[in-house]
Design a protein around this ligand. Structure first.
Ligand code: SF4
Length: 275
């Protein structure tokens, strides 16, 4: 198990974060990647739902980013199965959804002609669209007619993962997902948790986690994430050379690098393979 050395929990510095009133929620949607933060967030969400007596209102969603034109999974192989195992452990119904427009994120990137980047994260916008569609399904199923349905959407974001996440509140209204038929409240239950706390919860609950962590990865989701650290990218390219080759060939075809300062060909070179 890979552990970083973040020992200080932001919870200790800021005190406990607020929790939404789950008893008032009509549906509690947990959107999980199967990664470590998602697993810990699911555990925290289930505990809070149990305290409110509403675990039966929970449903777990995994957004599958599909298979590349050469047939490789964009995410780490087995993540959907892992996300299901984690949900099954708590008896939470599980669903997988994919983009309605693109067979995979790499197809989307190819059509766009450039990789996403920090300032243009259209990849996450694609995921958001899938999650909003799933919420619409839930609202239709609830069939509440006299008021907007109250949906809580739970994500395993952590402040230590990025500067943009660090400034987020743990509970906020999702204006983009809310409309006349529903109000969507976003909740990030592990926002202020340290990496150590995340792994501790996974151990305490006996939650299954992905083998890629034991191989050196610190984050999961897309195997080759445009925002990943260089060690994670090099590790991923070493573990999934065919996928890295496909990304490198695509950057040649598009004439646009994976990352401006770090083409995939360079990542591959760093693994010791010839690009
Ligand atoms: S893991 Fe990275 S590349 Fe994949 S959708 Fe998220 S931000 Fe985009």
């Amino acid at each position: 198990m890979n552990e970083q050395t973040e020992l200080i929990s932001l919870q200790d510095l800021h005190g406990p974060d607020p929790v939404p009133d789950l008893a008032r929620a009509d549906r509690i949607v947990f959107s999980g990647s199967g990664g470590k933060d998602s697993a810990a967030a699911l555990s925290a969400a289930v505990r809070a739902a149990d305290a409110a007596g509403v675990r039966d209102r929970m449903v777990a969603l995994h957004i599958d980013l599909g298979r590349t034109p050469r047939g490789h999974t964009v995410e780490w192989p087995g993540t959907a199965d892992l996300a299901q195992e984690q949900a099954d452990l708590y008896g939470v119904p599980f669903a997988v959804r994919r983009s309605a427009k693109w067979p995979s994120l790499l197809h989307r990137i190819k059509a766009r002609g450039q990789f996403p980047n920090l300032f243009n994260r259209y990849c996450t916008a694609e995921k958001r669209a899938v999650s909003h569609r799933f919420i619409t399904e839930q609202v239709n199923e609830l069939a509440i007619t006299d008021r907007p349905a109250r949906i809580v959407l739970i994500l395993g974001l952590r402040a230590q993962e990025s500067r943009s996440r660090a400034g987020k509140p743990a509970v906020e209204t999702d204006q983009r997902a809310s409309n006349s038929r529903r109000t969507v409240t976003l909740w990030y239950p592990v926002l202020r948790w340290s990496t150590v706390e995340v792994w501790q919860r996974i151990r305490d609950e006996g939650l299954p986690y992905h083998w890629a962590y034991d191989q050196g990865m610190t984050r999961l989701s897309c195997s080759l994430c445009v925002l990943a650290s260089i060690p994670d990218l090099t590790c991923a390219a070493r573990l999934r050379p065919e996928l890295a080759r496909e990304y490198a060939d695509l950057e040649t075809e598009m004439g646009a690098p994976f990352r401006r300062e770090l083409p995939m060909a360079e990542v591959i070179r760093r693994t010791g393979r010839a690009a």
